[in-house]
Structures are given as structure tokens and as C-alpha cells.
Design a protein around this ligand. Structure first.
Ligand SMILES: NC(=O)C1=CN([C@@H]2O[C@H](COP(=O)(O)OP(=O)(O)OC[C@H]3O[C@@H](n4cnc5c(N)ncnc54)[C@H](O)[C@@H]3O)[C@@H](O)[C@H]2O)[C@@H](O)CC1
Ligand SMILES: [K+]
Length: 534
């Protein structure tokens, strides 16, 4: 993949950043109208690919309703309307009574002069087969009012495909929040750079298939606004491949290829602390996740009653049987005389139950990179550890700490940060700053923040992963990758994002073959390796 394309797919902008970038290119000399022509030409081309006029079907199946708002989103839509008209599509325009921007108004005048029917009632478009939504883009400032609200409702009820230009009209460009009502698109063609709101969960059901239309904004202008190393990035497949590194010569910073001269301890030494007599399966799933990471040496600490089960399921792992509480949780790790600091990474939590409190305390005292998940997070929340509010967890521990909560665990850990707000990205950023840990907030668009405010967003996932045990697999996989990353100079937040991407891609792959109902957590572990055998 070209450098430009790879970079562009990672960048994420707010409406204001997009305005600032746009301001720079206009100031540099490109006329606004010229840019609109260029962008609309690219949109036209893409729509013709998605909805081609076939010679065998009558043209009437290509009646397109174009929804035109007052700003330049409406201007884009009018240029697309004009071009599709010339290419043989039957076009009908809806433009509610608005004071239009000058350029938009000129395009409307020309479209009308071509004899394209233009209406102020959306009812006139009821026979259209497809709609193009150019009501509002990143200039939407307030809730959508009548008559546009009713028009959007009618379009949504039509069950016809809708292609939204830039963002589905009605969504807030930054938070993805619905301002009154929003278009339910089947396709969103995002212009130039990914808008932050399209990565927020509140937007997901409105977006349909999303793609970026790159219109050649110079990288220098993007970097002038976002900085040399932008704070918020999408963790794309290309980023993942560059870290896994199968195709490159070993640079000491990729997982593959392995060095010819190596040994198991050099390839990561991981300790998993998981399971209880009540949740034995969690220990198995976590371990199978770790196995798929390729980690050199896996040690799993479980309550003694699980030892035989674990040995039978994971013959390659060293199983440490630990004394257990009456409830069947691990009571302590120490009697095994293990030196916690000899591990490259530790992952703790799945199936632990909250009775394993002394174990979590012991692990927090280690100086090894530590992932805390599931019950380890609940224990941490119960401990009301002041670190969580003083931004010092990593400094106090003297090693990286990664917290991987889902929504419920997040609100227990960080009760003062209201994650139920629309903006999960802001919430995870605050949590990382407040605790000093790397925080991963799970969901359909998992976000990972480090204490410096750098954020990775996983841009693709599947609801097939909304299933018990799926998170345990992630913890194991992440642990295995973290253990291998230590000698490879891969930043821990990048490893966290890589594990998230890998886990989602395995879910997507499994769901394609088995439907979204067929991806139980054990099956998921069987697909992990296939993600990287590209
Ligand atoms: N940023 C770029 O580089 C480019 C942007 N272009 C297009 O321009 C769009 C942005 O254009 P604009 O800034 O004109 O913004 P919009 O087209 O999103 O609309 C802004 C207009 O809507 C009005 N408005 C806002 N909220 C309203 C509401 N709730 N009810 C009624 N009226 C409301 C505003 O007063 C303003 O007139 C982008 O989304 C994209 O489609 C492209 O033409 C080319 C390149
Ligand atoms: K739109």
C-alpha cells in the first residue's frame, strides 16, 4: 500500500480540524468551486460503480432522489445530481426552503436549467429507487427541525438504499450523536479524512458501509493541523501488518520473521493468572488466546483443583497450581516460589472471582507489565486504589499497566467519568490520564488510550463477538503479544490495539464462514491463527 493511502486511512478529524485543513488548501489557492467539482466527480464515479445502469434493465430502475441542504454538502450533492443526469440516470431533487450558500444556489440554478425536476416536497421523490443524502455535512450546528425532520423520516421509512455524502445528515460530526433525527444510510462516503463521529458507537447504526473518498489533500496540510504524529488514529489492517511484519526482514520490531537464533524465553515469557472452580472455562479460553499469539513460554496460575483439566487442555503450558479459597478462587501465588519479575508480562482476571483479592495486590506489586481484566478490574475498583485518580499507577508500579474494561467495569473503575455520555473516546482518554494506565474500553468500536492522550480506535468488528468468553480470549492473546513485544520495542498501547484488531478480525472471519451465531469463544480461538496467515 502506498505511504499516502496508508497514512490517510489512519487519520481522524473533528469538524473544526477539517475546517482548518480546508482553510489551508483554499488559502493556498485552490478555488472552492474547483474542489467541489473534484470531490463530487469522485463521489459520482463511486455511485456509478455501486449502482451501475445495466443495459439489460430499464432506466426507470435508476431513479435517484437527491436531498440537497443549504451548505456545501448540498453543493456536492447538486454536482453529483448534474453528473449522474448526464450519465443517463433519472434525477429528482429535493431542496427544502433554505437560504443557500452562494455556490450551492448557483449549482441549483444550473441543475434546474437542465430540466432536472426540483421540489420542495420530499413526497415527490417517492418513486425513487435510491437516495443521495446531501442535506448536511460537517456544518450541522443544531438539531434538525421541520420540514427536514419529517423528510428524513420519510426517507428512512422508504427502505431504499441511501448514500450519504460525508456523514449521514443529522449526526454530529465529532460525537456521532443524533441531533434530532438522522438519515439511516446504507453507504457513507466520507470525504477526505475520517470524521471522528463515524467511529463513535452512537453513529454505527446510521452509517451502513463506510468508505473514504480520498481527494488528495496534501499531507503537509493535514500534518500542519493534526501534528506530525496525530493523537487519534484508526488501527488499520495496514498498521497491524506492519507490526506483525511477515513480509519484512526482521527489524527487531516485528513479530515475524523470527530470528534464526532464538529460544523460548526470548520469544516472550507470559504468566496468566485466571480461573476458579466456578469459572474453569475462562482459564482455558484465556490460555488458548495466549497460545495463538505465538508466545514462547506460557505459564498459567490456576487454583489447584483446575490443574489436571488445564494440563489436559494445554500440554505445552506450565501449569502452576495455587492454594485456593473455600469458594475455589486462587488465594495466593507465593507458595509456588515463583519470581513474578522473571516474566516478560502478566495477564490477570478472567474467571478469577472477586475472592482473589490478595493475588491482585501481589501482582500490582510486581514490576512487570500487567494486564488487568474482568474480576481483576472489579477487585481494583473495590480496593478504591488512589492511583486510579492520581494518574500514577504506572509510576507507582514502575511498569506498564493495561486495564481492559467493558462498559460496566469501566463505570465501576471510573465512577466520576460518565461513560454513558455519547463520547466514549473522550471518556477513555480521561480514564487513561486520570489513572496513568493504558485503558482499553471495549465495545463495537473499542478505543485504547495511553496517559499521554494518544488514542487508537479499532475501526472494524462484529456483533458475533458479543458472547461470553470472548473477552477472555482477548486477554490471553494480548498477554502473549505483550510478552513478545518487550524485546521488540513495540509500544504497549500499540500491542493492546494489535490484540484488539486481531481478535476482531478473527471474529469477522469466523462470522463470514459460520454466521454471527457461530462464533462461540472456543471457535474464535481456532480462527486467531488464520488472521495472520495472510
Ligand atoms: N472540507 C472539505 O475539504 C470539503 C467539504 N466539502 C463539503 O462541504 C461540507 C461542509 O459544508 P458546509 O460547511 O457548508 O456545511 P454543511 O453543508 O454541512 O451545512 C452548513 C449549512 O447548514 C446550516 N445549518 C447547520 N445546521 C442546521 C440545521 N440544524 N438546520 C438548518 N440549517 C442548518 C448552516 O447555517 C450552513 O448554512 C462537507 O460536509 C462536504 O460535503 C466538499 O465540497 C469539498 C471539500
Ligand atoms: K450528508
Amino acid at each position: 500500500m502506498q505511504y499516502r493511502q496508508a497514512a490517510i486511512e489512519q487519520f481522524v478529524v473533528t469538524a473544526q480540524q477539517m475546517r482548518d485543513i480546508e482553510g489551508r488548501i483554499f488559502a493556498a489557492g485552490i478555488p472552492v468551486a474547483a474542489l467541489m467539482e473534484k470531490v463530487a466527480g469522485l463521489i459520482t464515479h463511486r455511485i456509478m460503480q455501486l449502482f451501475p445502469i445495466s443495459l439489460s434493465s430499464p432506466l426507470s430502475s435508476h431513479r435517484i432522489g437527491v436531498l440537497v441542504g443549504p451548505g456545501h454538502n448540498g453543493g456536492d450533492a447538486l454536482v453529483v445530481a448534474r453528473e449522474l443526469h448526464f450519465r443517463g440516470y433519472e434525477i429528482y431533487v429535493y431542496h427544502p426552503l433554505f437560504k443557500q450558500k452562494e455556490l450551492t444556489s448557483q449549482h441549483l440554478k444550473y441543475v434546474e436549467s437542465l430540466g432536472i425536476p426540483c421540489y420542495q416536497s420530499v413526497e415527490k421523490l417517492k418513486n425513487c429507487d435510491l437516495f443521495i443524502d446531501g442535506l448536511f455535512g460537517f456544518g450541522l450546528q443544531r438539531a434538525i427541525a421541520e420540514p427536514v425532520a419529517s423528510a428524513i423520516n420519510i426517507i428512512n421509512q422508504s427502505n431504499k438504499p441511501v448514500v450519504s455524502i460525508d456523514v449521514p445528515s443529522g449526526l454530529h460530526t465529532d460525537t456521532g450523536e443524533v441531533l434530532g433525527i438522522a438519515i439511516h444510510a446504507t453507504h457513507t462516503l466520507c470525504l477526505g479524512l475520517w470524521k471522528l463521529g463515524l467511529l463513535q458507537e452512537s453513529a454505527l447504526e446510521y452509517l451502513g458501509k463506510t468508505e473514504l473518498i480520498d481527494f488528495d489533500i496534501p499531507l503537509a496540510d493535514i500534518k500542519a493541523i493534526l501534528g506530525e504524529s496525530p493523537k487519534i488514529k484508526r488501527f488499520t489492517t495496514q498498521v497491524a501488518r506492519s507490526i506483525i511484519g511477515k513480509e519484512k526482514a526482521s527489524t527487531n520490531s516485528t513479530l515475524l520473521p523470527r530470528k534464526l537464533v532464538t529460544h523460548k524465553y526470548k520469544e516472550g515469557r507470559l504468566l496468566l493468572v485466571c480461573g476458579s472452580s466456578r469459572y474453569a472455562g475462562a482459564a482455558i479460553l484465556t490460555s488458548l488466546g495466549a497460545r495463538a499469539s505465538g508466545v514462547g513460554m506460557l505459564t498459567v496460575a490456576v487454583p489447584e483443583s483446575l490443574k489436571h483439566l488445564m494440563v489436559s487442555k494445554l500440554p505445552e503450558a506450565l501449569i502452576l497450581s495455587c492454594p485456593e479459597t473455600e469458594s475455589g478462587a486462587i488465594s495466593q501465588l507465593l507458595p509456588n516460589n515463583i519470581d513474578l519479575n522473571s516474566f516478560a508480562a502478566i495477564a490477570c482476571g478472567p474467571g478469577l472471582t472477586t475472592d482473589a483479592i490478595s493475588v491482585v495486590k501481589q501482582l500490582l506489586n510486581s514490576t512487570v507489565p500487567l494486564i488487568l481484566d474482568a474480576d481483576a478490574l472489579n477487585i481494583l475498583a473495590q480496593m478504591k486504589n488512589p492511583w486510579l485518580e492520581q494518574g500514577t499507577i504506572d509510576k507507582t508500579r514502575k511498569a506498564t499497566t493495561i486495564l481492559t474494561p467493558h462498559t460496566g467495569e469501566f463505570s465501576r473503575l471510573f465512577p466520576k467519568i460518565n461513560e454513558k455520555q455519547q463520547d466514549r473516546i473522550k471518556a477513555v482518554k480521561k480514564a487513561a490520564k486520570q489513572s496513568g494506565a493504558i485503558v482499553l474500553l471495549k465495545g463495537p468500536r473499542t478505543a485504547i488510550a495511553n496517559p499521554q492522550g494518544e488514542i487508537w480506535i479499532n475501526p472494524e468488528s462484529t456483533p458475533a463477538l458479543a458472547r461470553g468468553g470472548s473477552g477472555d480470549v482477548l486477554t490471553g492473546l494480548m498477554g502473549g503479544l505483550l510478552a513478545q513485544s518487550i524485546s521488540r520495542e513495540i509500544a504497549p498501547d500499540t500491542v493492546t490495539a494489535l490484540a484488539t484488531w486481531w481478535h476482531s478480525q478473527a471474529g469477522i472471519l469466523a462470522a463470514v464462514e459460520r454466521t454471527e451465531l457461530g462464533v462461540d469463544a472456543f471457535t474464535l480461538t481456532q480462527y486467531l491463527m488464520r488472521v495472520v496467515s495472510f
